[in-house]
Design a protein around this ligand. Structure first.
Ligand code: NAD
Length: 267
């Protein structure tokens, strides 16, 4: 393993299926020796038993349904953690949602409800989770959330989710400032390149986004869930003990480019 997370208890949110970035993160944490807990969105019994089967190899010691839109669900999740684990070392926030209709067309047509939904699920959930986790965190605890370049630059169709991610990245800084002083808890974001998942398929033109990265990113390919997982594990480990409040790009270098390339070797 690249880093050592033995003896750490890690709650991973956002696993929906084998393509979920959260699953890549959970696998990396498990490989590093962490004990895994899973909080998942309960859609229906079939989906729940699929998730249970998927995470079986990670031998999770917690498996808790949690819709982040429900305060009661959130409180129950952290209550369970307190009772079963007695504390928490690692929190992975890897979830987001927006109405499909708000992920295409004119940004100015974003609906009031759509705005509240996207920001509530994708941004406020991190703030609320950190608030509930605060009394549970052990010394040198650590949080990672997932974000995207659309927070800082205009990416066609990303629309309201760009605003949600901008708020998320800003929240990373405020939370890092609040949680650092007493127990040394660190809060960071990973800004991942486009990856085909359930969530990203809701964004109009994800295929074009991926193709664009394959043509223009320094590494000429997009990234994998495993690569995002490795970096999250690094940020969550003592190897990153001096890093907090940051957003780290795992995007094949795409974000550094100021223009599309003009063709390999021939400007
Ligand atoms: P995914 O669909 O596998 O994961 C999204 C998760 O959010 C799902 O597990 C879903 O159950 C959960 N979720 C949605 N609404 C919820 C709610 N109300 N309560 C609890 N959970 C809820 O897709 P993904 O691409 O792995 O997304 C994970 C994170 O990565 C998101 O924050 C996403 O914005 C971010 N991200 C994705 C990409 C990409 O290209 N896929 C790039 C950068 C960042």
């Amino acid at each position: 393993p690249l880093v050592d997370l033995r003896g750490k208890q890690a709650l991973v949110t956002g696993i929906a299926n084998q393509r979920s970035i959260a699953f890549g993160v959970a696998q990396a944490l498990k490989q590093a020796g962490a004990e895994i807990g899973v909080a998942y969105l309960p859609i229906n019994e079939r989906a729940e038993s699929k998730i249970a089967k998927l995470v079986e190899p990670l031998s999770p010691t917690l498996m808790v349904p949690c819709d982040v839109q429900s305060r009661a669900n959130m409180e129950a999740l952290f209550d369970t953690m307190r009772q079963k684990w007695g504390g928490l070392d690692i929190l992975v926030h890897c979830l987001a949602f927006a109405d499909r209709g708000d992920l295409e067309g004119d940004f100015s047509k974003t609906s009031r409800d759509g705005f509240h939904l996207a920001l509530g699920v994708s941004t406020y959930s991190l703030i609320e989770m950190c608030g509930l986790a605060k009394p549970l965190f052990r010394k040198n605890g650590s949080v990672v959330t997932l974000t995207y370049l659309g927070a800082e630059r205009v990416v066609p169709n990303y629309n309201v989710m760009g605003v949600a991610k901008a708020g998320l990245e800003c929240s990373v800084r405020y939370l890092a400032s609040e949680l650092g002083p007493q127990l040394g808890v660190r809060v960071n974001g990973v800004s991942a390149g486009p990856i085909r998942t359930l969530a990203s398929s809701a964004i109009g033109g994800i295929t074009t986004m991926i193709r664009n990265v394959e043509m223009n990113a320094p590494l000429r390919r997009t990234v994998t869930q495993e690569e995002v997982g490795k970096t999250a594990a690094f940020l969550l480990s003592e190897a990153a003990s001096g890093i907090t409040g940051q957003v780290l790009y795992v995007d094949s270098g795409y974000a550094i480019m100021g223009s599309p390339v003009f063709g390999d070797g021939a400007p």
